[in-house]
Design a protein around this ligand. Structure first.
Ligand code: NAI
Length: 332
């Protein structure tokens, strides 16, 4: 039995996690789930965002399925997500955006995978107040972190029959920091001569992606650009509710929805669990349970096609629980 650590999160986190676990448990896979409360509520209860037992579980199991967690803006504790990515060196944030036939968007043929560097850039959280009118934020780009995310993107492309890897940057302005990332990209590209390469400046890339996303394949970039571009790519396929993600290191792996804790709809039981469910499918692929992952994706896409049991973000009226039941019906 493989043990999986589960963080239920806050906001809509517990609601969508419940649905996802119900589906995973229905398939009677050789998996056992160790569940923990984490986040703001847990902090108020016992002063710890992540209880020691939850850390110990992930330390041991090395695979984490995580629901979204609230991060207060401009005050309070550091983002738990950033903390987890740093602590477990989850340096590769991988977000595949592939068109779902039943979800109509202006682009029926999107198939992009974003590789976002996850441990440095402006997200290192070093901000210095110079005076009341001036704040300096530090952007860190290192050769080590750049090389490993770029190599991972190329290795993925090779393994998955992808044709092209594009580096996204702003090296025309940040000549040293993004310049280093870009030069690492072209050095590593030499190790993968069968893959086509190019690079795009982040602003031009945004325009390209909303005009002809089908021209792109695998994208690799520093942390901040990856955060923005991956939300953009989610918009191309139907929104944050349907984009999955994995955060991988060399030893640990964390799978989470790309959206946040959606406080505006928390407790209303109308959240769409698809992003977390598709992230759980990425986890099943990672654990070599590909058949189960495929079955879940097929059942989910049939619910989308059927169109009668969709959550409000997909213009339906179903509750999270009804949506989950519809998936289970197709799994039976
Ligand atoms: P958000 O992604 O939570 O919500 C943005 C909008 O999308 C809201 O209108 C929300 O109702 C909707 N939405 C999000 N997920 C949905 C779903 N599954 N089904 C239906 N509608 C959905 O972004 P927001 O409001 O900026 O952030 C809220 C909190 O979440 C913040 O504290 C933020 O820091 C945190 N957050 C946590 C993340 C994580 O744990 N990985 C990632 C992003 C944000």
């Amino acid at each position: 039995m493989k043990k999986i650590t589960v963080f239920r999160g806050d906001g809509i986190g517990p609601e969508i996690m419940e649905s996802v676990l119900k589906i995973l448990k229905f398939l009677t896979l050789p998996l056992e789930f160790e569940e923990f409360d984490v986040g703001e509520a847990e902090y108020k209860r016992n002063g710890k965002l992540i209880p020691d037992a939850a850390y110990a579980s992930f330390d041991k199991n090395k695979v984490l399925l995580k629901a979204p967690i609230t991060t207060p803006i401009g005050k309070g504790f550091r983002s738990l997500n950033v903390t987890l990515r740093k602590r477990y060196d989850l340096y590769a944030n991988i977000r595949p955006a592939r068109s779902i036939p039943a979800i109509k968007t202006p682009f029926p043929d999107v198939d992009l995978v974003t590789f976002r560097e996850n441990t440095e850039d402006l997200y290192c959280g070093i901000e210095e107040v110079i005076d009341e009118n001036t704040v300096h934020a530090t952007k860190i780009i290192t050769r080590k972190a750049s090389e490993r995310i770029i190599r991972r993107a190329f290795a993925y492309a090779l393994l998955n029959g992808r044709k092209q890897v594009t580096c996204v940057h702003k090296a025309n302005i940040m000549k040293q920091s993004d310049g280093l990332f870009l030069s690492c990209f072209y050095e590593i590209a030499k190790e993968f001569p069968t893959i086509q390469v190019n690079d795009k400046i982040i602003d031009a890339m945004c325009m390209e992606l909303v005009m002809h996303p089908q021209r792109y394949d695998v994208l690799v970039m520093p942390n901040l650009y990856g955060d923005i571009i991956s939300d953009l790519t989610s918009g191309l396929i139907g929104g944050l509710g349907v984009l999955p993600s994995s955060n991988l290191g060399d030893e640990y792996a964390m799978f989470e929805a790309v959206h946040g804790s959606a406080p505006d709809i928390a407790g209303k039981h109308i959240a769409n669990p698809s992003s977390l469910l598709l992230s759980a499918c990425m986890m099943l692929d990672y654990l070599h349970e590909e058949t189960a992952a495929k079955r879940i994706r097929q059942a989910l896409f049939r619910v989308f096609e059927d169109g009668t049991t969709l959550t409000p973000d997909l213009h339906g009226q179903a509750t999270t629980e009804e949506f989950c039941e519809a998936i289970l019906t197709y799994l039976k």
